[in-house]
Design a protein around this ligand. Sequence first.
Ligand SMILES: C[S@@+](CC[C@H](N)C(=O)[O-])C[C@H]1O[C@@H](n2cnc3c(N)ncnc32)[C@H](O)[C@@H]1O
Length: 234
Amino acid sequence: MRYLGNKESLLNDIFSLLGEKGLLKEDYVFFDCFCGTGAVSASLKNTYQIILNDILKSSATYAKARVIAEHCDFRKLGFDPITFLNRSTDSKKGFFFDNYSPGNSNRMYFSEENAGRIDFFRAQIEDWYEKSLITVDEYDYLLGSLLLSVSKVANVAGVYGAFLKHWDKRALQPIEFTPISRTLFPSKESPIVYTEKVEDIIADIECDILYLDPPYTQNQYGTQYHLLETLVLN
Ligand SMILES: C[S@@+](CC[C@H](N)C(=O)[O-])C[C@H]1O[C@@H](n2cnc3c(N)ncnc32)[C@H](O)[C@@H]1O
C-alpha cells in the first residue's frame, strides 16, 4: 500500500536496532501509536504483543487486518469470501459510484464499473457482519483487504487529495478483491486497537516499547486519505 511515511523499506534496520538494544523479548508489549499501514507492527507481530493506534480508522483497520490475517478462517460463513467476491459479477450504484466516478459526478477517482463493484463489495461485507456470519476480526480483515484492492485501481497519484485528469491504465483494469497476505508467522495474540489522538491516550497505556512515527505533513493525513476513511466508515 502506498502511504506517506510507510516504513516497509526500513523494517530490517528497525529489527536490527531492536536486536542490538536487547529488546527482542517475547513477553514485551509494542505500542505502534501512529501505526499508518501497520508495516512495522505486522513485521513484529509474532515477537511482541501489539497495541495499534491511529487517528484514522482506515489506517487502524488496515494495520489490524495485517496483524490478524492468519487468524481469519471464516468458519461460520462457510465459504471463502475472497473467491465469492471475485466470482460475483454484481455491482451497486451506491456512494462511491455516485460521488467518486463519472457515473453520477464529474469526479474520476474510479471508473464507473469499479466504483459499482466497490459499492457492492462494501455492502456485502456489511451484510455478512450484520447477520453475524463473520466475526469482528474477519470483518476488519475484509475491510483491510478492500482498502488494498481499492488502492490498486484508484486514479490518483498516490494520495486521494485529487484525482488524475486522465485515466491511468491501472484505473481502467477491473478491480480484483485482493486479500491481505497471510504469512507463516501469525501473531501470538490479537492486537489491542485504538482510533484516538495519541495525546489523549498515551498516559494510560502500558508498554515496553513505544514506537513513534508522527506525521510528515502539516495537514492531517485525512486530507489525503479521506476516501479510504469514507469507505471504512461506510
Ligand atoms: C508517518 S505516518 C505512520 C506510518 C507508519 N509507521 C507506516 O509504516 O505506515 C503517521 C500516522 O500518524 C497518524 N496521526 C496523525 N496525527 C495523529 C495523532 N494525533 N494521533 C494518532 N495518530 C495520528 C496519521 O493518520 C498517519 O497514519
